[in-house]
Every structure is written in C-alpha cells, then in structure tokens.
Design a protein around this ligand. Structure first.
Ligand code: TPP
Ligand code: MG
Length: 640
C-alpha cells in the first residue's frame, strides 16, 4: 500500500524537512535510509548565535524565527525562498511541504490555536502568496496568530509585469492585524520580530513582505526575540462594578467565548453564584462539559439548554468574545438574544468591544485575568448561596435526552443510508471513551449539526472553519492540530462536497509525514446546506447542488491512506471509528465515508435569505412567493 518511488532521495541531500529532524516517513516505510552521518557531525542547531552579528538578511530572518521558538513553517517550495529555506534545518526549523498554500495556512492556523504560538507560512512570490488569501481570511476571523512571510518580485523588476509579479500587501490589507514591507534589508530581524510579536499580541494574522532580491544583502543585525505580554486586568472600579451587577442579578448567565483558554476561574465564579455557563457559537470547548453548570453553546445548531438560560436571564456576562452576530441569531424558533438585556462584555481586544453587540458594560481585559480579579474581589464577601432561579439542570437534561435518536434502528433507510444525526450521536459516544479528542468541523449541513453533539472537557479541542465559513478546512486543520500534538486523537468532519475541494490533497501530507488523523465524510450526494436554501427559497430548483462522486474512500486509498465506506449500520461505524482512532497512534490516517440520508434541519442562513421576485418576462416564472421550510428530500426536483 505504501511503496513508492523516491529516487530523488538517493542522491540529493534533503534538508529543511523531516529527514534530519526525525526519521522520514518514507524510510520508515521500508526504503533504505541514506547515510547522513557526514552532515551530522556537528549539532548545528545547538550553536547559539550572538545577539548581534553581521550576516545576510536570510540568516537574520531565520535566526529571528528561531529566537521566537518557531519550530515549523508550512508552504510549498519556491525559488523566492530557497535561500532562507536552506538554513531552516540548521536552525531547528522543520519545513512542512504541503499540497496547496491555502492548506498551509489552515494548518498553521490550527497549530497556532493548539499551541498559542505563531503559525508561520511562506510561499512563492505571486501564486504561492495569492493562494493563501482564503486561509488568512479564515485565520483573521479565527483570531489566530498566523504569520505570512511573503517574498515579492525583485525590486529591480517590480512594475515591469514580469514573472509572478503581484502587489502582495493590498490583498491582505483587510485581513491582517499588521503588515510591513522591509525596505531596508538591515531591518529584517527587527520587522520579522514585530510581525511575530504582533500576531500573538493582537490575536490575528500578520505579514512580512520583502523584495526577494534583498535576502543576500549583508548588514549588521541586532537579533530581536519574543516579547512577553502582561495580562490586561481592568481597574478596581470596573471589577467592583462587575461584582455588584452579579450580586444584584437574579438569573445571570456566564457566556464563555473563544478567548477563554482556561475555564478554572470561570468555573469558580459559576460555583460561587450557582450560575449556568453557556459557550459562544463554534466554541463548544470553552467550558468543560462535565461541569453540571455547563449548558452548551449558542448559535447555529447549538444547545436549546443554553438558549433557554440566556432567554430567561437578566444579565449575561460574556467572557473573551466579540459576540459574533451570526452566533446569536434565532434558533429552533427561539429568539433568545435581547439587545436590551444587561450585558457585560469582557475582551482583551479593545477593538472588539461593543462592535457587534450592545454591552451595558464593556470591559477591556483578559478573560482569565478579569474573572480571577472578580473572584479575588469576592473573597470575604458574603455571597449567601442561593440556588439559581434558572432551572438549568432540567434544561441540560432535556437537551441531552433530545440528542438521542428516537427512530427505530436509528432511522437507517432501506438503502442503508444513516441519518447524519444518528452518525453524530454515535460519533460523540465514541469520543466519550477517548482521552482529550480534538475535532475539526468543515462547512456543510451535516458537519454543522455536529455542533449540537460536541462537548469537551479540555480547551483547544474544537477547530472549525470559523465565521469565514470556507468549505475545505477540516482536513488541513486536523493536520495542523496533529503537528501541534502527537498524542491526542484527532477527527475531521466534512461533507461529500467540501471534502473534494483543496483539503483532500493533504491526505498526501499525512502519507508523507506518517500523520494519523481520522476523517469522517458524510456522503449525502448533495451540497446539502445550499440545496436546503434552494428547497426553501427558490421552490426547490436544484441548480449545482447535486453531486455525483466516485467512492471517496477509494480516493483516500489512492492518496496512500486507509479508506473505508460504512453503510447501513451504526455499530459498523462505531467499530471502524475505533479502529481508525487506534491507527492514529501508528501514524496512519483513515477516511471513513458514511452513506447518509439527505435529511436536514434548520437552514444555515435564514438571517440572510429571502424569496426572489423576478421582473423580466423571461424570468417571471422563477419568482417564489413563500418560503417553504417544511420541504423535505425524497421528492422529484423540478428542472430549472
Ligand atoms: C469555499 C466555499 N465555497 C462555497 C461555499 C458555500 N457552501 C456552504 S455550505 C456548502 C455545501 C457543503 O456541502 P457538503 O460538503 O456536501 O456538506 P453537506 O451540506 O451536504 O453536509 C457550500 C457549497 C462555502 N461556504 N465555501
Ligand atoms: Mg453533502
């Protein structure tokens, strides 16, 4: 299954990649390993450079990365950065060569989210960099510290429309927290260091751009390193005000956002007052499921328990979140969010305060540090334990019960198609038995439904496409997570449309690097989330939403990983999932394709859709009078 030709390795010294840093997967798979002893006589990675030195801009760039603790850089090799790439291995930096630069960014994004360190990408000037735009937009909305190193056409040729020429700053202008063009090669270390520090401090992507011809210039450099960040703690008056409002509220709710990386202080506060804790949309991992006060997430496919608690509340304390407007839209016919309700919004990003919500008290502060200060201010205060007036325990129990499939045989149809919710329920039950699993979810109807089933005890367990909502993220994000953590079981959930976009190519990256992840594909034969829009708003005229795929498990096998198809049995799915999870420990990836019923739930964008009225005579018959929310699959679709 794994044999392949790597004749190049027989006579080319492979550096900057895994072959020196760890045993390359290809050798582990049985090919003779070349003798590198000649090149390993000196442990070059251990030589510490002086704090300032005269050297090339390339050396300064790589030395700066290494001083910032950068151990991995993602990209696809290109002439524009062969010079610094040549130094990576000696600097202890692994270059991870992928199949598409967008995926490189998704991997770096997931890695950054998992480790809290910057995820660094580099690419060929022109197309290598333009390929990163979707990834960077995703990282921007994910608040993920990804750093793009973007070599540009030489300053001697820029403007002549030569080869791979592109103005590389404007395209990232609105999706980065900081950008710089290195005019003077002698400032390479200073500016690269800024880009790395700013990514972490501002919580988002940054970019360092330079003309590719400056890299060999020699200058005296003072090497810059990482800057430590003080937590932002609000002043005493603000902390007292938060405490006062909590003491006065009768039905408060805490809302844990993505900015909360450690829930211990929030848990303590919740216990003190007996307050239910909800999580924000796409951040199911911000508060531990095992805490009896955890009521689940708000937003699309979220928890009814969380929504009921918020609906009844007289104060919401939102901790570490900008409160995405899409994450508080009506669900299950419930209008649970009220802009006039007292809201304390706490976020370390000042620019995110009161932008998409209307807080009665906006607090600039780190999530953990602020709640720790509130807890400290309560010490010695008599908070007479009064049980919550919100019956959150009952709501939580009802919601957990509602997720259990009720139909006989899980609702599996005669063709063996399994309802996505049945698959997800089974998936969640397997996850329960694993230690600290990580899940990545793509954009699509089936994997969005996963949000109703996923809860975690560990932070940094759920990585999503985020609110940029780009199909094709789940596989590269799962791989990025694997680069960050060798041990946790990792699962990617993706639909049968999104799976075959750019992400699937990275199964090759799994193959080449001996990476074990498990991909679950929901095969429902449609671009489901969009078909649902057509069913409801355009009279079921299905245009471009039906998919004919060969077996996707076969595609996986062609990429050198395990591929299985499961049909007609949840116990079979359970068995394959456990087998696949066990294989991860051996560095083996498995794609499990599950044939699913095309059953769907609530539409994704009811906030943005409406029925069309057409005016031109030739389009008049394509007007739609009323939205049809009740329409289900299994009927004949009228031809457009
Ligand atoms: C890059 C990109 N292109 C298109 C879309 C629009 N879109 C949103 S959901 C979706 C359908 C996904 O279909 P599939 O992966 O099969 O999942 P399903 O909805 O069937 O579960 C599409 C095309 C998008 N979000 N991102
Ligand atoms: Mg589909």
């Amino acid at each position: 299954m794994f044999a392949r030709s790597r004749f190049v390795s027989a006579f080319v010294q492979r550096v900057g990649s895994r072959s020196f840093l760890s045993t390359s997967s290809v050798y582990q798979r049985g090919l003779p390993e070349p003798d590198h002893s000649e090149h390993q006589t000196e442990d070059v990675a251990c030589i510490v450079n002086p704090d300032s030195a005269e050297c090339t801009a390339s050396e300064a760039l790589v030395e700066t990365l290494s001083r910032h603790g950068i151990e991995k850089v993602w990209g696809i090799v290109g002439s524009a950065f062969i010079d610094p790439l040549d130094l990576f291995q000696a600097a202890g930096i692994e270059f991870i060569d992928v199949q598409h630069e967008q995926n490189a960014v998704h991997m770096a994004d997931a890695y950054a989210k998992m480790t809290g360190k910057p995820g660094v990408v580099i690419g060929q000037n022109g197309p290598g960099i333009s390929n990163m735009v979707t990834g960077i937009a995703t990282a921007y909305l994910n608040h993920s510290p990804v750093v793009v190193i973007s070599p540009q056409s030489g300053s001697d040729s820029m403007g002549k429309l030569g080869f791979q020429e592109l103005a590389q700053l404007p395209m990232f202008n609105n999706i980065t927290k900081y950008q710089v063009h290195v005019e003077h090669a002698g400032r390479m270390s200073e500016l690269a260091s800024h880009a790395l520090n700013r990514a972490v401090a501002a919580g988002g992507p940054t970019q360092i751009n330079y003309s590719r011809n400056i890299l060999k210039e020699v200058h005296p450099f003072k090497f810059a390193g990482p800057r430590s960040l003080n937590p932002i703690v609000p002043d005493r008056f603000t902390i007292d005000e938060i405490t006062k409002q909590l003491l006065a509220a009768e039905r408060p709710v805490l809302l844990a956002g993505g900015g909360l990386q450690d829930a211990a202080e929030v848990r303590k506060l919740a216990e003190t007052f007996d307050i239910p804790v909800a999580t924000t949309y796409l951040h199911n991992d911000s508060y531990p499921k095992s805490d009896p006060r955890a009521v689940g997430s708000l937003g699309y496919m979220g928890s009814k328990a969380a929504m009921k608690c918020v609906q009844e509340s007289d104060l919401v304390v939102a901790i570490g979140t900008r409160i995405n407007p899409f994450g508080i839209t009506n669900q299950y016919g419930m209008q649970y969010w009220d802009n006039d309700r007292p809201l304390i919004q706490i976020d370390r990003n000042q620019a995110a305060l009161a932008v998409s919500c209307t807080p009665s008290l906006a607090v600039h502060g780190d999530a953990v540090a602020t709640i720790a200060a509130v807890n400290a201010s309560l010490e010695g205060v008599d908070v007479s334990p009064k049980p919550s007036k919100t019956n959150y325990a009952a709501y939580r129990a009802e919601w957990h019960a509602e997720r259990i499939p009720k139909a006989a045989n899980g609702g599996i149809d005669e063709q063996g198609n399994i309802p996505p919710k049945t698959v997800l329920h089974e998936f969640a039950s397997v996850l329960n038995d694993l230690k600290d699993p990580v899940v990545t979810t793509d954009i699509g109807h089936c994997c969005s439904q996963a949000l109703a089933y996923l809860d975690f005890d560990t932070p940094r367990s759920l990585l999503t496409a985020g609110t940029f909502g780009s199909c094709g993220t789940a596989i590269p994000m799962a791989i990025g997570a694997r680069f960050a953590d060798a041990d946790r079981p990792i699962f990617a959930l993706v639909g049968d449309g999104a799976v075959n976009m750019q992400g699937i190519n990275e199964l090759l990256t799994c193959y080449r690097n001996n990476l074990g992840i498990t991909v679950v594909v929901f095969r429902n034969g449609v671009w489901g989330a969009e078909l649902l829009n057509q069913l409801i708003w355009t009279d079921a005229r299905a245009v471009g939403t039906e998919i004919v795929n060969p077996p996707i498990s076969g595609i996986a096998r062609a990429f050198g990983v395990h591929g299985v198809t499961v049909s007609g049995s949840t116990s079979e799915f359970n068995k394959e999932l456990r087998k696949a999870a066990a294989r991860q420990a051996n560095g083996e990836t498995t794609l499990i394709e599950v044939t699913c019923t095309p059953e769907m739930g609530a539409p994704f964008r009811s906030d943005a859709m409406s029925c069309p009225t057409r005016y031109l005579p030739k389009f008049k018959h394509l007007s739609t009078e009323t939205a049809n929310y009740g329409r289900q699959f299994g009927q004949e679709f009228p031809q457009p």
